[in-house]
Design a binder for this molecule. Structure first.
Ligand SMILES: NC(=O)c1ccc[n+]([C@@H]2O[C@H](COP(=O)([O-])OP(=O)(O)OC[C@H]3O[C@@H](n4cnc5c(N)ncnc54)[C@H](O)[C@@H]3O)[C@@H](O)[C@H]2O)c1
Ligand SMILES: O=c1ccn([C@@H]2O[C@H](COP(=O)(O)OP(=O)(O)O[C@H]3O[C@H](CO)[C@@H](O)[C@H](O)[C@H]3O)[C@@H](O)[C@H]2O)c(=O)[nH]1
Length: 470
């Protein structure tokens, strides 16, 4: 039986390995992690991540050909294919180096080592050097197999990926390793959707794909500012632009900004690689995607403050949604962090509700510095400092009661169907709604009496008089 060991039981390791186990009954999959609570959760009824459809897949395979364990070395030793490698800490090669040394130390048989995390270009080469110089005669083949799933749709994306990308050496040994990994995916992915390239193309394609996706969002967000200034409607502009088959309709939703653990990190990675390779103009070009994202978050905060008589000090502001997108409880780099910090900076009292994010996480996020989340747990704040102006509640109606304003920061479906008349009746007047995700029907809300701001949409007369430009 082929054995695969995945190092790192996070947002990628858990779902990807569960799907491999489901689709390949003849393969034994072990997912290992240094975090005891994470592994305990994977082995319980309360999985450590929220992802639609995941519970079902895990239940079908766990204990049969899918195992979660903290015994990293044992499973690495027994595996034919090892993937992951301390996933999650891509930009810092320290983690990669120590993981590669561990694999070399514990291995007693030939192995294919698959780099699944998003890594700086040429990481595979570095790992290859460490492995071959410590190999004790064992043959290691290294492959790059970046993952393209998006959170919230991970299972769907894994069942039907647009493509699977495998990069490897152009040597006979490299080609054989590529074929072995191809055989795994061929259990459910059509052959024509499995692309093979050299190692560096695979590594760079992942960074490039994320940079292109994030660039589309920054492009439409930049347009949203212009729409507000001119009276155009960003949804109409996006629709018209996306109808061009060369451009396409996806990823053109204006928002309060993109978040998630990948886009910013991967673009910064790309920028760094450009700088190291003496390409400052190219680095500057990609940096702009992040600058526009920061601008969009600041612009939103300024809009809130300017609309509310230039101050939110002492006012209750309800925050609906804290996760970086719907259908996930993940808050890494969520725009909600910067927006909340901006409002707290102006002394607002925040009442936050998200259906999947708990109070401890929200408090931790609001007390962390940028990128703290990408450090090992012991380098993160031990106990979240109490931010006195923040309360976290479990219900949108409680969050909005007696509030002066509501900010919608995640596009959860339930926010579309709230009883906004009831919310309006229980709020201070004038009652404001700032929709950072364009989920509410602004005309209906205006009829109820709200002053409504929707990103990139024609402005209420009230808002027009108080222009907020970052
Ligand atoms: N989250 C996504 O949607 C997504 C999608 C595609 C690619 N990626 C990339 O995949 C990688 C992982 O992302 P993630 O979101 O799953 O991260 P994550 O933080 O959820 O998971 C990483 C896991 O690795 C474990 N770990 C760290 N060092 C270890 C070690 N030495 N030995 C064993 N376990 C170790 C951590 O405890 C953690 O549970 C990143 O490079 C990311 O850029 C993420
Ligand atoms: O039109 C859009 C689309 C997305 N977003 C925002 O962009 C962010 C990222 O969304 P999404 O890309 O759907 O989620 P991720 O899980 O971050 O997935 C991205 O990052 C992963 C990690 O590298 C890749 O594997 C995926 O292909 C890539 O889509 C979120 O805050 C979204 O709200 C918008 O603002 N407007």
């Amino acid at each position: 039986m082929v054995k695969i060991c995945c190092i790192g039981a996070g947002y990628v390791g858990g779902p990807t390995m569960a799907v491999i186990a489901l689709k390949c009954a003849s393969i034994e999959v072990a997912v290992v992690d240094i975090s005891v609570p994470r592994i305990t959760a994977w082995n319980s009824d309360q999985l450590p991540i929220y992802e639609p459809g995941l519970d079902d897949v895990v239940k079908q395979c766990r204990g049969k050909n899918l195992f979660f364990s903290t015994d990293v070395e044992k499973h690495v030793r027994e595996a034919d294919i090892t993937r992951g490698l301390g996933a999650g800490k891509a930009a810092d090669l320290t983690y990669w180096e120590s993981a590669a040394r561990m694999i070399a130390d514990v291995s007693k048989s030939d192995k294919i080592v698959v780099e699944k995390s998003t890594v700086p270009v040429k990481t595979a080469e570095a790992i290859e050097k460490i492995l071959t110089h410590n190999s004790k005669g064992i043959n290691f083949q290294i492959l790059s197999n970046p993952e393209f799933l998006a959170e919230g749709t991970a299972i769907e994306d894994l069942f039907q990926p647009d493509r699977v990308l495998i990069g490897g050496r152009e040597t006979p040994g490299g080609q054989k390793a590529i074929q072995a990994l191809k055989d795994v995916y061929a259990h459910w992915v059509p052959e024509e959707n499995i692309i093979t390239t050299n190692l560096w193309s695979a590594e760079l394609s992942k960074l490039a794909a994320n940079a292109f996706l994030a660039q589309r969002i920054s492009s439409v967000n930049a347009m949203s500012a212009l729409c507000e200034a001119t009276g155009a409607n960003v949804s109409q502009v996006s629709y018209a632009v996306g109808k061009d088959s060369r451009i396409g309709p996806k990823f053109l939703n204006a928002s309060v900004g993109f978040g998630g653990s990948c886009f910013q990190k991967d673009i910064l990675n790309l920028v760094y690689i450009c700088e190291c390779n003496g390409l400052p103009e190219v680095a500057e070009y990609w940096k702009q995607v992040i600058k526009i994202n920061d601008y969009q978050k600041t612009r939103f905060v300024n809009r809130v403050v300017a609309s509310m008589f230039n101050t939110v000090s002492g006012k209750k502001v309800a925050i609906l949604g804290f996760a970086f997108k719907k259908d996930t409880g993940d808050t890494r780099e969520t725009p909600a962090i910067d927006v909340c910090k901006g409002l707290l900076g102006d002394k607002a009292n925040l009442s936050i509700y998200d259906p999947q994010v708990n109070e401890d996480q929200i408090r931790r996020d609001l007390s962390m510095n940028k990128f703290d989340w990408d450090h090992p747990l012991h380098l993160q704040p031990m106990s979240p400092t109490t931010v006195k102006q923040v309360s976290v509640v479990w219900d949108a109606y409680m969050a909005t009661k007696d509030a002066h304003a509501v900010c919608i920061l995640t596009e959860w479906d339930e926010f579309k169907t709230l009883d906004y008349k009831k919310i309006y009746d229980n709020m201070q007047k004038p009652a404001f709604i700032f929709d950072g995700r364009n989920v509410v029907d602004k005309e209906k809300l205006r009829e109820i009496g709200f002053i409504v701001y929707s990103i990139g949409k024609p402005l209420d007369a009230w808002l027009k008089d108080m222009p907020a430009v970052a």
